[in-house]
Design a protein around this ligand. Sequence first.
Ligand code: PLP
Length: 393
Amino acid sequence: SLLLSDRVNAIQPSPTLAVSQKASELKAAGHDVIGLGVGEPDFDTPEFIKTAAKAAIDAGHTKYTAVDGIVPLKQAVIDKFKRDNQLDYELNQILISAGGKHSIFNLLSAWLNPGDEVLIPAPYWVSYPDMAKLVGAEPKFIQAGIEQRYKITAAQLAAAITPKTRLLFLNSPSNPTGTAYSKAELAELAEVLRQHPQVLIASDDMYEHILWADFPFANIAMAAPDLQHRIVLLSGVSKAYAMTGWRIGYAAGPAKLIAAMKKMQSQSTSNPASISQYAALAALNGDQSCIDTMVSAFKQRHDYLVDALNQIPGMRCIAGDGTFYTFANIEQMMADKGYATDIEWCEALLTEAKVALVPGTAFGAPGHCRFSFATDLDTLKEAVKRISAFANN
Ligand code: PLP
């Protein structure tokens, strides 16, 4: 028999991909399945971005580039941080990678040793714990429930840090909860982190632009400029510009760490696709109104969905600040209907009502399920109808 590595045996395949796989199988078998599992915008990549990619091909930008990305794109990322976040970076502090996930993987590979602890606020994005395990580190969770809008407090953070803690993940606005931290809340977390200089902060800003909170976007580097030398900002073009398939992410941080991440990349993937880099360049430097169009659609769907779900007996969700997800607490419904776990509940919903959701357990928050509303309003209305029927049955 084939003996696989301990490394690969320590991790699980992405559970969100598993749900969409099961939904696809049902669809292929002729069932009318509504998939609210996937985490990508339903919009097409804006036309001007596609045009830039076609022009890049015609101009012969089809060869290797610098490992860390073309200079104009790195400059566009610097300009973005200046424009949107009032933060200053140099070219040697920026690394372009093959998607946001790749940026995170490079960071973990370059920063963590086996046995190091990684603090992950839960609910979390599914990939953080397994990516930490992949490099031998130990994920440690800080639980934040619905009553605290799924956000950790400074006191919780202080209690969770140990001498072995080397990294803290922050993700705001959050996948899966849709809630965001205000600048003041981040400043409180920063106050704790100042006392623990061994902890690096990974700020995953992937949903920065998909935000409608009554406060402006902030990340921890904006809230605590004195900590910038201990912060890595992680983002990409996947969500804001409907470019999930192009695979471009970027990281900004201390030059020495970025150089180490670049070294990892140089011996694994090399440069991200040249054509995608030119597309991302157009996205970052182009007319940003394409984002507004998508965000207003997401907001409209969010408002409808949160209201409609709260009318379903046993289901409870809070208004989010952004993203295209809402996270519903289903503990009451599970109890009423006799489901022991959210996984069983989601399986029953898929089989009986033909609606695919991701169980909260995948995000470290049992008793919940995640709705992606990256789909049109009519589909969402049909999904709500089916879930109501399932709940009232
Ligand atoms: N970070 C968060 C919070 C995400 O939700 C995602 C995608 O689902 C990513 C990072 C990774 O994005 P990409 O598709 O660019 O790898």
